[in-house]
Design a protein. Structure first.
Length: 359
């Protein structure tokens, strides 16, 4: 009597996926890009260690869907980054993976042609090429780590990593974070719970062993050293923002109680702005004011920004898409982005000048 089939009952196919080694051979690291990555990571670590008094700002599109428009944005951001570099380190937000509550476009890696063909092999190679191009422009990059295998393909081009509100509680993502080469920001849970992020920082700081893949794409036992650069990202939740001075003070107390460094990043988007992009400048203004008034725990901010403000649905005819406009969360436009960052830089310069005169 033949054995009953008991595995892969709901799997339609196993298509070939190139190994990380193959993708890296097609899109190899360059000296200029590597220098950008190393400089970006060191600057962020120095900010977290209080060796660099600047604030880092992760700013860019909610998600990348058009590499041409994305590089257009990157070139604009590089000029602005140089302009405000005395007070802020600008890190380009480069998100390829989008967690969905139910269904929807899952991002550039998963579906690069935006037609449900799900050519992950093509998406991964193009994502790596885009990151390489941004790093060659001279910008550090930040992304959200969603798929635990993906960092093997492009993690060498990332300077800062976020773990999202839906995955900060995930053991898989905490273990993965313990082995990442970048500082990692853990977001509070969607209900606003901060303990999830604090436990994630503690967990990721310790060594772990777990199932992963190596550079050749083979299953491997991944053994990590632990990541000492975990920190909290406040993004609001539970029906209210949490960037106000009281919420930040409570976060400081929670970090101190857990014997963790008081490093806080504020996400100006998501629940902190009620997902209304026009509120992001108000959030940033408030937080920068807190820094000017003496807050020393806020080390960074996040902004969802694009060339064109707002967002758009993905049309059946992709040629009808608006250039430089988000297809996921709505963003502030480029002019507003410039204004937000220049205003913040001016306030931080003023605060720095005041501190030097008092000293």
């Amino acid at each position: 009597m033949p054995l009953a089939q008991t595995e892969n009952l709901n799997v339609a196919a196993f298509d070939h996926m190139p190994s990380p080694e193959e993708i890296k051979a097609r899109v190899p690291m360059t000296e200029r890009a590597a220098a950008s990555v190393v400089a970006g990571r060191k600057a962020i670590m120095d900010i977290l260690d209080r060796k660099d008094p600047r604030v880092f700002v992760v700013v860019g599109p909610c998600s990348i869907h058009d590499p041409v428009a994305g590089l257009d944005y990157a070139r604009r951001l590089k000029k602005l980054a140089d302009e405000v570099s005395d007070t802020m380190l600008l890190v380009m937000r480069v998100y390829f993976e989008k967690p969905r509550t139910s269904t929807g476009w899952k991002g550039f890696i998963n579906d690069p042609f935006m037609d449900d063909s799900f050519r992950i092999d093509v998406g991964m190679e193009r994502a790596r090429k885009f990151l390489l191009d941004v790093c060659e422009i001279g910008l550090p990059t930040g992304t959200e780590a969603l798929d635990p295998i993906a960092p093997q393909y492009y993690g060498d081009l990332i300077s800062w990593t976020a773990i999202g509100a839906r995955t900060s509680e995930s053991q898989t993502h905490r273990e993965m974070s313990s082995g990442l080469s970048t500082p990692v920001g853990f977001k509070n849970a969607t209900d606003g719970d901060l303990e999830v992020a604090i436990n994630a920082i503690i967990s990721a700081a310790h060594p772990h062993s777990f199932l992963g893949i190596n550079n050749q794409g083979q299953s491997a036992i991944t053994r990590t050293r632990g990541n000492p650069y975990g920190h909290v990202v406040l993004r609001g939740g539970g029906g209210r923002p949490n960037y106000d001075s009281v919420s930040i003070s409570l976060a400081e107390q929670a970090l101190a109680k857990a014997k963790l460094a008081r490093n806080i990043v504020v996400d100006c988007s998501h629940a902190n702005s009620w997902k209304k992009p026009e509120y992001q400048p108000l959030v940033m203004k408030d937080v920068i004011h807190q820094i000017r008034e003496g807050n020393d725990s806020v080390v960074g901010l996040m902004i969802e920004s694009n060339i064109v403000a707002g967002n758009q649905p993905i049309p059946a005819d992709l040629s009808q898409m608006k250039y430089g406009c988000s297809v996921t969360d709505a963003c502030v436009g480029w002019e507003t982005t410039e204004e937000m960052l220049r205003n913040a830089a001016a306030v931080l310069r003023e605060a720095k000048g005041t501190q030097e005169r008092v000293a």
